[in-house]
Design a binder for this molecule. Structure first.
Ligand SMILES: *Cc1c(COP(=O)(O)O)cnc(C)c1O
Length: 411
């Protein structure tokens, strides 16, 4: 059976060139970068090169990139570290309702520490309004954190416009760029951000490694305490193979960026076009243009997304409903909900994310399978178009139980 992975926003496979560069750092070049002998210097050199590669991908100085255990730690550090460092100045933070939980839960934690947080609404395309943001600013506002691109619907946010406002008011601006990295051109100076969160495993690097960009001169508090690693800002012996892998993945992402964007956009548009042509009652969620190249978040009316996901899994296809986090629980996606999508449509939404190893043939197989499963589940659904009239009639049958499409004798 064919196996098709369409969940690149959840994670990506490590590319062979990335793995090849990492391997020697597990055994041959295993020295602790903080030690004072040749073996250690080899490790230190490896980290220096990796840092330069990550910095180059986002147009930063090498000294502005601090490695973390991933995007989650970068988000936690940025908002908690900035809030604590600026608390003499004010206690108000502005973010949006569609941020990743790494950001939202950090903000909720800060609320317990006495900070006040404004969670901005988004429009029906999943975009934050710059005017709303400006209105939300108070004299106590110390930090604004808005993601560069959303992980569920792929909407790209107006960070540059937001930066113009925060800069003029002396407010720190953080952006979670985990999904945008390697998928959109990023230049920290052009964007005007003070902090940017990055993660390796979303760009074909290993898991458990990421980075926080902190603009030169911006002071935030540490959240980890111990040794003097990462210029005394992030304690803990470095994840050496992880850092090496992240560096290589960043280099490849930079080399392939233009081609990657073009290929994925073409494939994704083809995929959406085929689905809309072959299945009715389908809506694309998010912004049709300002969106991540690989993202197709679609609502299939009258079917239960979770059921479709399980069926596709049996057919060798891996996708997501709403987000990876909401797949494990039955709580509806906070992103789709914030966009004003009615609850029944939220439960009928599926996220397909395309990546570097996706082929047109893979997509044809997925479309073909979707045609099959959507027809099958709509036929069973009491809300399916064909069944609506039938059920209206059958529900009138007294003494019989209504199954949605038929009346059966009770008992
Ligand atoms: C994946 C993701 C994170 C978390 O990154 P990890 O490296 O998995 O901790 C944070 N923000 C966004 C937008 C993400 O997609």
């Amino acid at each position: 059976m064919r196996s098709v992975y369409l969940d690149y926003s959840a994670t990506t496979p490590v590319k062979n060139q990335v793995l090849a560069e990492m391997l020697p750092y597990f055994n041959e070049k295993f020295g602790n970068p903080s030690s004072l002998y040749g073996l250690a210097f080899t490790s230190k050199d490896g980290i220096t090169l990796a840092r330069a590669r990550v910095a180059h991908l986002i147009g930063a100085l090498d000294t502005e990139v601090y490695f973390t255990s991933g995007g989650t730690e970068a988000d936690n550090w940025a908002v908690i570290g900035a809030a604590r460092a600026k608390k003499e100045k004010g206690n108000h933070i502005i973010t949006s309702k569609i941020e990743h939980h790494a950001l939202l839960h950090s903000c909720e934690f800060l609320e317990k520490e006495g900070f006040e947080v404004t969670y901005l609404d988004v429009d029906e395309k999943g975009a934050v309004s710059v005017a709303d943001l400006e209105k939300a600013i108070r004299k106590e506002t110390i930090l604004v954190s808005i993601m560069l691109a959303n992980n569920e619907v792929g909407t790209i946010q107006p960070i540059k416009e937001i930066a113009a406002i925060t800069k003029a008011r002396g407010i720190l601006l953080h952006s979670d760029a985990v999904q945008a990295l390697g998928n959109v051109p990023i230049d920290v100076n052009e964007l005007g951000v003070d902090m940017l969160s990055l993660s390796s495993h979303k760009i074909y690097g290993p898991k458990g490694i990421g980075a926080l960009y902190i603009r030169k001169g911006v002071m935030i508090s540490n959240i980890l305490f111990g040794g003097g690693q990462e210029s005394k800002k992030r304690a803990g012996t470095e994840n050496l193979p992880g850092i090496i892998g992240f560096g290589k993945a960043a280099e490849l992402a930079e080399q392939n960026l233009a081609e990657h964007i073009e290929t994925l956009t073409t494939l994704r548009n083809y995929f959406i076009g085929q689905i809309k042509e072959k299945i009715d009652g389908v809506t694309l969620n998010g912004d049709p243009d300002k969106r991540l190249p690989g993202n197709a978040n679609l609502t299939f009316d009258y079917v239960e997304g979770e059921a479709v996901l399980l069926y596709l899994d049996i057919k060798g296809i891996s996708i997501s409903t709403g987000s990876a986090c909401s797949s494990a629980s039955f709580s509806p996606s906070h992103v789709l909900t914030a966009m004003g999508i009615p609850i029944e449509k939220v439960y009928s939404s599926l996220r397909f994310t395309i990546g570097d190893f996706t082929t047109k043939e893979d997509l044809d197989y997925v479309v073909e399978t979707l045609v099959e499963v959507i027809a099958k589940y709509r036929a069973l659904s009491p809300f399916g178009k064909e069944n609506q009239m039938k059920s209206a009639q059958s529900c009138a049958c007294q003494g019989y139980e209504c199954t949605g499409c038929d009346c059966v004798k009770k008992g």
